[in-house]
Design a protein around this ligand. Structure first.
Ligand SMILES: [Zn+2]
Length: 94
């Protein structure tokens, strides 16, 4: 089996389920939704398109981080809950 990192960077949110898609699958799904089709076939699963939302994985990462208490500082870096931001410090060259 392939050991490469997943290329599934999109997901469909459907009734509490997340179904991960590659960008090619996401593109096909987007075209299908725009065509006015009622059903979506994902590897045999039939989903009613009107109940689906096509989301990007990073939206989920962001939501997950916020849920865990992480926060983004004014310099655009994520910090864990009890982390202190030192990005404004002249001694921090990260
Ligand atoms: Zn910071």
């Amino acid at each position: 089996m392939s050991t490469k990192l997943t290329d599934k960077t999109w997901f469909i949110y459907y009734k509490g389920f997340q179904i991960w898609l590659s960008s090619e699958q996401a593109e096909a799904t987007r075209a299908l939704i725009k065509s006015g089709s009622k059903w979506l076939d994902i590897e045999g699963r039939l989903l009613k398109l009107e109940d689906c939302a096509l989301m990007k994985g990073e939206d989920n990462d962001r939501a997950e981080k916020l849920r865990r208490g992480s926060w983004m500082c004014e310099y655009g870096h994520w910090h864990t809950k009890n982390d202190e931001c030192a990005h404004g410090s002249p001694f921090n060259n990260k």
